[in-house]
Design a protein around this ligand. Structure first.
Ligand code: MTE
Length: 330
């Protein structure tokens, strides 16, 4: 098995140790295997990934079939469940990385309704139980890159946001999609502070929102989302900085005008609308050239990694930005 090398328990990204062609072949193979339901049989990788993607069993199970969407299975060592669920940004529950895990127990993820509104033929309201059944649950292993300079690799459960959006039949005026998340002082202590202009709002261009990699996530590590990770449903846009991936969504609106996100409102010069991961465009306070993988600090092999353009998803999403000046439209 030359695709994967183990070194002191670290899974080395096969993209770093195999020629590109082998890597691509392997991805094709995985895709084919997953279509045939063979993932996990005899690949080494599959067995390992399956063993690792089980959560600790505290929350309801939410299994997902391995995704066949190109680019949806990053072949890298997963960030430990404990780190994914204890080192969070969720300002509605406090601004310290440890606040959400400590405070988010007051969030009530059931019952939950998401309103679909704006420029579409079929607006509506969907209950969480209906959303869970709307399309087959897939497992996607995505790199998540935070603008603060750290990253994780997380196995999510969900399906392409496009599955939900197309049911609403956006009309010809729909150019953007705006996401609004819960802001309830009774459940969220941070909403009493003025650190952001609540509710948390994010936006995507319609073609970004419809891209198959844009995930509506309901779970991670084979279980429903822990509250601190955005229960009961959130966005995961893997080629953009983490703040675009809005948690605990309550409203999705098709708009003609570009939505103004909470972070852009807070600091226009620092947080652009696109916020595509780009090692060549620095944030005024953080270099974006390298990143620290959570869980690796201090270890012998711990070193900063080079950040990849579009977080490594350039083959899949690069064409969305063809001809655009990425320094201007940061
Ligand atoms: N969504 C809401 N509603 N509130 C937030 O503060 N933080 C964002 C994003 N979504 C945030 C949010 C940021 S800055 C990041 S990096 C990711 O969530 C973190 O997701 P994680 O905690 O699941 O890793």
């Amino acid at each position: 098995m030359h695709f994967l090398r183990q070194r002191d328990g670290l899974r080395v990204p096969s993209s770093e140790i195999t020629p590109r062609a082998d890597y691509e072949n392997r991805r094709e193979w995985l895709k084919a295997a997953s279509a045939l339901g063979l993932a996990g049989l005899g690949t080494g990788l599959g067995l390992e990934a399956q063993a690792q993607t089980a959560g600790p069993g505290k929350l309801a199970k939410l299994p997902g079939a391995r995704s066949a969407v190109p680019g949806a299975l990053a072949v890298e060592k997963l960030t430990r469940y404990e780190d994914v669920t204890s080192y969070n940004n969720y300002y509605e529950f406090g601004t310290d990385k440890s606040d959400p895990a400590r405070n988010a127990h007051t969030l009530k993820p059931r019952p939950w309704t998401v309103a679909i509104e704006g420029e579409c033929a079929k607006p509506g309201r969907y209950g969480i139980e209906d959303l869970l059944k709307l399309a087959p649950m897939e497992e996607r292993i995505y790199r998540l890159r935070c603008v603060e300079g750290w990253s994780m690799v997380i196995p999510w459960e969900g399906y392409s946001l496009a599955e939900l959006l197309k049911k609403a039949e956006p009309n010809s005026r729909a150019k953007y999609v705006e996401f609004t998340t819960l802001a309830d002082k009774a459940q969220m202590p941070g909403v009493r502070s003025g650190v952001l202009d609540w509710p948390y709002v994010e936006g995507l261009r319609l073609d970004e929102a419809m891209h198959p990699l844009t995930l509506l996530a309901f779970g991670l590590y084979g279980e429903v989302l822990p509250n601190q990770n955005g229960a009961p449903l959130r966005l995961v846009v893997p080629w953009k900085y983490g703040f675009k991936s809005a948690k605990s969504i309550v409203r999705i609106r098709f708009t003609e005008q570009q939505p103004v996100s909470s972070w852009t409102k807070a600091a226009q010069q620092e947080y652009g609308f696109f916020s595509n991961v780009n090692p060549k465009v620095d944030h005024p306070r953080w270099s974006q050239a390298t990143e620290r993988r959570i869980g690796e600090e201090g270890g012998f092999f711990a070193k900063k990694r080079a950040t990849l353009t579009f977080n490594g998803y350039e083959p899949q999403v690069g064409q969305l930005y063809a001809g655009m000046d990425l320094k201007k439209f940061f």
